[in-house]
Design a protein around this ligand. Structure first.
Ligand SMILES: *[C@@H]1O[C@H](CO)[C@@H](O)[C@H](O)[C@H]1NC(C)=O
Ligand SMILES: *[C@@H]1O[C@H](CO)[C@@H](O)[C@H](O)[C@H]1NC(C)=O
Ligand SMILES: *[C@@H]1O[C@H](CO)[C@@H](O)[C@H](O)[C@H]1NC(C)=O
Length: 979
């Protein structure tokens, strides 16, 4: 792209140009050990403590709901008005006296129930397509009523409705017995649930896969490191429900057999909300907006429900091929030399590394779009980028949502373009009085781009571009980094409200807490299990830290609750402290605590209250567009902490600031499964753990399991011990072995990503997705499947060399061990114990599947230059199927693609190619598992294959040297192998 066609304003560019010399000047005026401005400390604040409503007496008991009037039903749905029964009940707000009901049969499998106040006073998220647009809104209005899979039924007085699936009469959503409450700051809608229901989703939270019926899920985007069962970064108010029914059978089998069905429910809102999961019901309690409820009729297979749902919010984008490689990061790489050293060390230990990441260390004074002129000098960055380009490795830096608010009394801040240009363009969030909203993040007091403002696009793009210049790019169309990492985008803010408004003259200020590594930081950085084996030492150290903490805690931390409003009395309308206090995790539950407060205002006057949970999504979308503009045609790679429905269309996600312990490793399996159900397949945890110190055993196990995550990154925190995989022999070995498998499987992974991008297929898949009729698998979350072919059984606890796992399916399902290729004996529901030495992770291949592989290289690029192999795992009938997708690995719209279908049956394996993308490397080996007798001869088309071996004991047939038949490319023409 030429500079002249570049969209950002000239003044912005000039500001940045002006800022560069001063950035460079800092080099002369600062010593190399203290190049950062010395921050001013400011005290922490805690807001106004709120009584969490779910723990207080319920105030909705006097509400009688609504009565339906003027109901009419058409081909497209049901409409009518609802009038309040009796006087306002003032549960947690003021009741609307009249509502409008609009039920739409949108597609054959999706129904939309919308309920709003007749005067359209409440905020309507579904009208804000400028903020969130999705296929959901773009259905054809001509669905044939006779084809729809569901029925909508209702009672008029009081108004109650229920939705059933026509095919089997299952009631999917049912408000009977629960009056609707519709108030200005409180909406309550309840559905009856079946006993012991199995529901999944309602992310983002750290919880086992199956949510159970004793949980409150709170939706309030929140920067918090691994709080169990509580709200954190992302908001996805969707659940999948799986139901089982025993099948009456007259067979003599003592094993009962089941049939199953699944469906999905979405409550579309960006407002704050609690969802109460209780034994008999599930209840939505929203603090604003209207009701936009979607029910997906689903089908027998959970995956089909997911396809219906993800199709409605947007199928995920295809990722670049390199992003499947191993990523290494640490908050605390003090300079680029350290990263260059990591690169050498990884090579020396022969552990693949694809991508180097920078946390905030690279920034100058922790400010967005700047680069530290000394520790990440332009000269060294150019050298680094040249190095990694020559080896086809990659670099991804972090960008935070918040922008440093320049100190007007400090002349050296004058050159900080991202602040002044944003002020000039007027694109930051405001206070209700129109002044800038000034919170606090890493660089000090900060302002927050309003990503719903159309003018923010050029601003943000210019920032990214100018950063690429600071990194050493000399040309306007070259970004040396391969993607961007968006952090702190809930957005996080370390204080309450616009705390910097009066104090910005103190900037830069220090975060109101100690950073890891600073004197006084409250750290219990012990390896997992240390407290068990070193109890005395642990107790004295931790009590010392705690007493130090309590000594510094201020009296402002004391909890003084506001007085409760008596029942039946109209509660006061309050944006920052709504009458219904959701169970948000932060401190004392003040909604403004540790985040940008609900009364911050967008460019058009919309309160953040109503768009609270979608801030990070807005940043993702704007960044995606900026990267596509800067590198036209290339799939942007974005990793985001905060996510919303449909984020997968643009972005990957990591599970956030976890801890280096076994429970966090275990919960990350469910985290990955759930994000896969939500259309965000590129997901993974910070391997070895982010906070606290990891240890050798945990890190070895996690590096191995991480190799089976779609997104595979080791990342840890400032002040924690280093955890690069070569630091311990066992971790290095576990990593090499597991990465050898991962890189071999890249063609399989890439095919899975392609499938996800056209039908929402999950990559990391719960066992019940593949075996939906086994109720005992409904909560299985210590094992997972990669696609439909591989079953992974990781070790999730210390001090063991064995692991238990099930091999799902009847005895007819064949499972082969990945390593020795033998068929694994198993019985239904049997928990088998397997050997699991420290460097080993158990992986099984499912019979009936064909897996495309490549000889692994050091990078994904090298792997792509190597020959293909096929692994054919026959089932008991001697059949197996699989496929392969290939393209250039980077283009948004590749000009050529290739699909290959593999099928094995009756002692024949065929490969049939579709498409024009040319894979020019040959096929080397084909390994066929489950071949019951030694073949007399083996053919490739009509040619004899002489180089093959057969093992009687493993029933394995290995064909090698096939490259002589496929020298023009493994799949250049169709072929058949027979034996
Ligand atoms: C809607 O607005 C009209 C006109 O202001 C008013 O008379 C009516 O009471 C309102 N209805 C409701 C249900 O608030
Ligand atoms: C009812 O909903 C449908 C679909 O969302 C919409 O097209 C229609 O305009 C709505 N009707 C009213 C009166 O709001
Ligand atoms: C429900 O969860 C709460 C909070 O975790 C717990 O105290 C209570 O015992 C649980 N109730 C049941 C029936 O499990």
């Amino acid at each position: 792209m030429r500079l002249s066609s570049y969209l950002f304003s000239k003044s912005f560019f000039l500001l940045f140009l002006c800022s560069l010399p001063s950035v460079l000047l800092a080099e002369d005026s600062a010593s190399s050990t203290s190049y950062r401005a010395e921050p001013t400390p400011v005290p922490p604040q805690s807001g106004i403590p709120q009584r969490v409503s779910i723990y207080e007496p319920y105030r909705g008991g006097n509400c009688h709901g609504y009565r339906a009037k003027d109901i009419s039903e058409t081909e497209q749905g049901v409409t009518g008005t609802l009038e309040l029964i009796g006087s306002p009940c003032y549960a947690y707000g003021t009741d609307y006296s009249a509502l409008y009901l609009n039920v739409t049969y949108e597609t054959e499998d999706r129904i939309h129930v919308s309920i709003r106040d007749v005067n359209n006073t409440q905020f309507q998220f579904s009208n804000r397509h400028d903020v969130w647009d999705a296929p959901l809104y773009h259905y054809s209005s001509s669905v044939d009523k006779s084809n729809i899979l569901y029925n909508f039924s209702f009672n008029a007085d009081p108004f109650e409705f229920w939705i059933t699936r026509k095919s089997d009469g299952e009631v999917l959503f049912d408000t009977r017995g629960h009056p609707l409450i519709f108030e200005n700051q409180y909406i309550e809608l309840t559905t009856n649930m079946v006993d012991n229901y199995n529901i999944y989703g309602l992310a983002e939270t750290i919880h086992g896969l199956r949510l159970g019926n004793n949980l409150t899920r709170t939706f309030w985007a929140n920067d918090e490191a691994s709080p169990l069962d509580q709200n954190m970064y992302g908001t996805h108010p969707f659940y999948l429900e799986q139901r089982y029914k025993p099948v009456d059978s007259d067979s003599n089998s003592d094993q009962p057999t089941y049939t199953s069905s699944s469906h999905g429910v979405l409550m579309l809102t960006a407002n704050g909300m609690d969802v109460l999961l209780r034994p008999k019901y599930l209840q939505y309690r929203m603090i604003g907006g209207i009701i936009d409820l979607y029910v997906y009729a689903g089908s027998k297979k959970p995956q089909n429900t997911i396809t219906q749902f993800v199709g409605s919010i947007g199928f995920p984008q295809m990722q670049q091929y390199w992003s499947m490689g191993f990523h290494m990061c640490r908050w605390g790489y003090e300079n680029i030399s350290e990263i260059m050293q990591i690169r050498e060390n990884m090579r020396k230990f022969n552990i693949p590394i694809e991508t180097f990441w920078s946390d905030i260390d690279y920034m100058h004074n922790l400010r967005d779009f700047t680069v530290d002129p000394i520790s990440y000098s332009r000269e060294q960055m150019i050298e680094f980028f040249n190095d990694i380009e020559s080896t086809h490795q990659h670099y991804v830096p972090i960008v935070d949502a918040a922008v440093y608010a320049a100190n007007p009394s400090n002349r050296s801040d004058d050159t900080y373009g991202p602040y002044y240009e944003g002020v000039e363009k007027d694109i930051f969030l405001k206070n209700p009085d129109g002044s800038l909203y000034i919170g606090e993040v890493w660089p000090g007091f900060t302002v927050f781009p309003d990503f719903t403002n159309p003018k923010v696009q050029d601003y943000w793009k210019a920032g990214i571009h100018n950063m690429s210049y600071a990194f050493g790019s000399n040309s306007s169309d070259y970004i040396p980094f391969s993607g961007l990492w968006l952090d702190m985008n809930e957005p996080s803010s370390f204080c309450v409200g616009s705390c910097g408004s009066e104090l910005v003259n103190l900037n830069p200020v220090h975060a109101p807490f100690k950073l890891p590594g600073e004197p006084g930081y409250l750290a219990l950085n012990y390896p997992a299990g240390f407290n068990l084996t070193n109890a005395t030492e642990y107790a004295s150290a931790s009590s010392a830290s705690l007493s130090q903490y309590y000594a510094t805690a201020t009296s402002s931390m004391q909890v003084v609750y506001p007085t409760a409003v008596p029942l039946g009395v109209q509660p006061k309308f309050d944006i920052n402290h709504p009458p219904y206090a959701i169970n948000t995790e932060q401190g004392n539950h003040d909604l403004a605590n540790h985040g940008v407060s609900p009364n911050a205002t967008h460019h058009d006057g919309t309160l953040r209250y109503n768009l609270f949970n979608i801030y990070g999504y807005g940043e993702i979308k704007v960044t995606h567009k900026a990267l596509s503009d800067l590198q036209p045609g290339v799939r942007p790679f974005i990793l985001s902490r905060s996510t919303f429905l449909g984020s997968g269309v643009y972005s990957a996600h990591w599970l956030g600031d976890n801890h280096s312990n076994w429970p966090n490793m275990f919960f990350s399996i469910s985290g990955m499964m759930v994000f896969n159900m939500l259309g965000v397949p590129m997901v993974g945890a910070d391997v070895c753990g982010f906070q606290d110190d990891t240890d050798e055993e945990l890190c070895a196990r996690w590096m191995a399991m991480g190799a089976f995550s779609p997104y595979y990154r080791n990342h840890n925190q400032l002040g924690s011990i280093h955890q690069e995989p070569y630091l311990w022999a066992s971790v290095a070995e576990a990593s090499r072995r597991a990465m050898h498998i991962r890189y071999s499987l890249l063609p399989y992974w890439y095919t899975l990503f392609r499938q996800a991008s056209y039908d929402g297929s999950t990559l990391i898949r719960p066992l019940f997705f593949e075996f939906p009729d086994e109720p005992l698998l409904a909560g299985a979350d210590r094992q997972f499947m990669v696609g439909d072919s591989l079953l992974v059984t990781p070790v999730l606890e210390p001090n063991t060399t064995t692991v238990n796992g099930v091999f799902p399916g009847s005895e007819d399902v064949v499972w082969y061990d990945w390593y020795n290729h033998t068929s694994i004996e198993h019985k239904p529901y049997e928990n088998k114990t397997m050997d699991a030495p420290l460097e080993h992770i158990n992986v099984a291949i499912r019979g009936n599947k064909i897996i495309p592989m490549q000889v692994p290289g050091y990078t994904t690029h090298e792997t792509r230059q190597n020959p293909f192999n096929l692994l054919v795992a026959l089932d008991k009938q001697g059949n197996a199927y699989g496929n392969l997708y290939a393209d250039d690995g980077v283009s948004i719209t590749p000009n050529a693609t290739l699909w290959v279908d593999f099928a094995a049956k009756s002692n024949k394996l065929s490969s049939v190619s579709f498409g024009t993308y040319e894979v020019d490397v040959p096929l080397a080996n084909v390994t066929i598992l489950g071949v019951s007798s030694s073949p007399k001869q083996v053919h490739f088309n009509d040619d004899n294959i002489s180089s093959y071996t057969y093992s009687e004991s493993t029933q394995e047939l290995v064909l090698s040297n096939l490259d002589k038949f496929t020298s023009t490319g493994a799949f250049a023409s169709n072929w058949t192998i027979s034996w």
